[in-house]
Ligand binder design. Structure first.
Ligand code: PGA
Length: 241
């Protein structure tokens, strides 16, 4: 079931942060799924601010990343492990070793994807933060991905590489492959919070939530989940009413 919450643009982050904080305070051992991407930046800023004010505590939480580029070395600022560290987890009180993601420089990325899948299957995520691409992708599951996919190595679409090149010196520097949780892996999370802002996401959100459930729109798989909350601003939600 999908619940839609529309907030003014300036209230999206605090609404999402509130959902995270309620979950973290109530779960005995919180298992948070974290997403990278511009949409989440002020969500993380809000959580950091609230942590400084003593309103939330991550010391009992474990965090799991959705995806990771293949081939970026451990120091690379754009590896998702580092992005999430710099933008969120290093500023609050996650314990050492409690932020977990696929290893993008594993010697055998296929085996690494399998290992990560097993880890997530053994104990699913409780609350998953999720963005959506303009093309309807979720994590690095691009259009055409089966909804029963598991964590695996994928090739990035030209669109996605172009969109992400803003974080790199040039398009040529953007990796061509990633390890991503599969669609079925993401759907194992007990509660998924999909966050979308701005007109650029409006058609993707419409297709994901109101369109046919199909491989053309990976986000449409969310229609089969029992507990999805969509937090969007009016621009992103404009075709949903
Ligand atoms: P964005 O990316 O938050 O940078 O818009 C979301 C996504 O592509 O999943």
């Amino acid at each position: 079931m999908v619940t839609l919450v529309v907030e003014p643009p300036g209230r999206v982050a605090s609404r999402v942060a509130g959902i995270v904080e309620t979950y973290v305070a109530s779960a005995p051992l919180p298992r948070l799924g974290l997403a990278t991407g511009g949409t989440m930046l002020d969500v993380y800023e809000t959580l950091i601010q609230h942590w400084r004010e003593g309103r939330v505590d991550f010391s009992r939480s474990t965090a799991f990343l959705l995806d990771e580029y293949v081939g970026l070395d451990r120091q690379h600022a754009q590896s998702y492990r580092n992005v999430i560290r710099y933008t969120f987890t290093s500023h609050v009180d996650f314990r050492l070793g409690s932020v977990i993601g696929p290893d993008g420089i594993a010697t055998d990325p296929v085996a690494e994807a399998h290992r990560y899948e097993q880890k997530l299957r053994a104990a699913p995520v409780g609350l998953q933060l999720l963005g959506i691409g303009r093309n309807g992708h979720i994590a690095f599951n691009e259009p055409g991905s089966h909804h029963d996919t598991k964590t695996r190595v994928v090739s990035l679409s030209p669109d996605t590489r172009r969109a992400n090149s803003r974080f790199f010196h040039s398009l040529a520097d953007v990796p061509t492959q990633a390890i991503t949780q599969g669609i079925s892996t993401i759907l194992k999370a007990h509660h998924i919070v999909l966050v979308a802002r701005g007109e650029g996401k409006a058609r993707a959100l419409e297709a994901a939530l109101l369109g046919d459930v199909s491989r053309t729109v990976p986000g449409s798989a969310l229609q089969g989940h029992s507990n999805v909350t969509v937090v969007a601003d009016a621009a992103a939600a404009r075709y949903l009413s």
